[in-house]
Ligand binder design. Sequence first.
Ligand SMILES: Cc1cc2nc3c(=O)[nH]c(=O)nc-3n(C[C@H](O)[C@H](O)[C@H](O)COP(=O)(O)OP(=O)(O)OC[C@H]3O[C@@H](n4cnc5c(N)ncnc54)[C@H](O)[C@@H]3O)c2cc1C
Ligand SMILES: NC(=O)c1ccc[n+]([C@@H]2O[C@H](COP(=O)([O-])OP(=O)(O)OC[C@H]3O[C@@H](n4cnc5c(N)ncnc54)[C@H](OP(=O)(O)O)[C@@H]3O)[C@@H](O)[C@H]2O)c1
Length: 456
Amino acid sequence: MTPERPLRVAVVGSGPAGFYAAGALLAHDSPVEVDLFDRLPTPWGLVRLGVAPDHPKIKSVSRAFEKISQRPGFRFFGNVDVGRDISPEELAEHYDAVIYAYGAQADRRMGIPGEDLPGSFAATEFVAWYNGHPDFQDLPFDLSSERAVVIGNGNVAVDVARMLALVSEEISPTDTTDEAIAAILGSGIREIVVLGRRGPVQAAFTTPELQELRELAGADLVVDPADLELDPVSAAALEEDTALARRNVEVLREVVAAPTTGKEKRVVLRFCVSPVAIVGDERVEAVEVVRNVLVADESGHIRAVPTEEREVIPCGIVLRSVGYRGTEIAGVPFDEWRATIKNDQGRVLDEGGAPIPGLYCAGWIKRGPSGVIGTNKKDATETVQLLLADAEAGLLPSRVDEDIAEALSERGVEPISYAGWEAIDVVERALGENQGRPRVKLCHWDVLLAAAESPG
Ligand SMILES: Cc1cc2nc3c(=O)[nH]c(=O)nc-3n(C[C@H](O)[C@H](O)[C@H](O)COP(=O)(O)OP(=O)(O)OC[C@H]3O[C@@H](n4cnc5c(N)ncnc54)[C@H](O)[C@@H]3O)c2cc1C
Ligand SMILES: NC(=O)c1ccc[n+]([C@@H]2O[C@H](COP(=O)([O-])OP(=O)(O)OC[C@H]3O[C@@H](n4cnc5c(N)ncnc54)[C@H](OP(=O)(O)O)[C@@H]3O)[C@@H](O)[C@H]2O)c1
């Protein structure tokens, strides 16, 4: 790491973890060059393609990423899929260090019958569809039935339930895709049932997100008062528990006490029920659930234990929101059980548990699919500090002096540069401006790639 020979780092994935890692590297005193790779032509990961479109303030964190991209030494290589277009071995050859920050690209499976029936979708797919991810635009979301069931009690479940309930004044000013806006506004869905396998005290959603469900223009929030008569383990947990559970229960008690106002739709939160099957002949017709009781195990963890009591909830669409899941890039050590890269605080480990010189990871693929955008800043900074310490200690392997751009061009891969992304951005913002929306997303590969070539 001398002024003549800057430290050259590849970061794979341009979501929050990738950008925060790039930012921490480029803020270093010695010269550093960062090449940020993404398989999509567009940066920002889930900030663009996950965060709900009716949360524009949260999406505005992208301004911090724009600033990072302006720092000397930064380059963007969009439309380059690591693992397909270039291998981890080749990256390792071309860079002093590589940081894998490619998020969690799949969904956790529930392992129940009927999970793959037409009409049963992972929330990951629905979210990617309404946010304009180019790989998810052809999915057949049929919103014509009267009832949708959302499985899970995290913030993603709340996001998808809320999105299904939005009315025109709420959804039209957002950057939800035109197709999703039309489908949601034209939908026949009148009731959205959200299923939590444990109780209100154990819900993973946060209070502002719960509160938003109360403030929907076109939907009442409904909770069965019986669900708030806490069982002894939950009552005890609430006494010692975090402020989050207390605030959630407080809001839920207010919901129960308040009269419903007869809005056109209802969002119904159900607790202590687990789906045991998604049923239907040709497509989803219902979800069969079992009632659970809550039991604290020896470590104090509160588990849902099924009873004999079953119920069938008729519905036409199921959105399974039980968590994202990391996937493997061949050649990067992967822990199947945790579905993360094998690592120690961000240093990638080999089979024997020893750090592999020059290989690091950050974000959801490092620690699993939890935490808000800001969590990835601390996480990526931790990784970068270890990387820089290893560089100082002379622990990084040597690299070849070829620019990766040459290797990519030789095999016909055409990366989208940051200027290419800015050209897409200009087109999207201009389309949005005419309609009073932050942007109208281009959401098909051919259109995105053509816009990236346009003069901007
Ligand atoms: C639906 C949803 C809504 C959320 N809403 C909020 C919110 O409102 N507020 C909040 O604070 N947090 C929110 N979060 C959490 C937040 O989005 C995550 O904490 C954060 O995005 C994780 O960052 P990451 O960089 O690890 O992964 P990601 O954001 O997923 O970024 C990974 C990037 O890697 C790229 N990539 C994948 N594979 C490859 C490959 N092979 N080669 C090259 N590139 C690759 C992807 O295209 C992507 O751009 C939300 C999460 C979800 C799922
Ligand atoms: N507005 C925001 O700030 C925002 C928005 C969206 C996402 N995020 C963040 O992004 C991260 C991911 O969110 P997420 O909602 O995908 O994950 P999550 O918070 O981990 O929630 C997953 C939910 O799925 C449930 N679940 C898991 N397996 C199940 C099964 N087999 N049957 C029934 N339920 C099951 C879990 O219940 P158990 O608790 O019983 O396991 C939990 O309620 C979180 O950290 C979240 O806060 C933030």
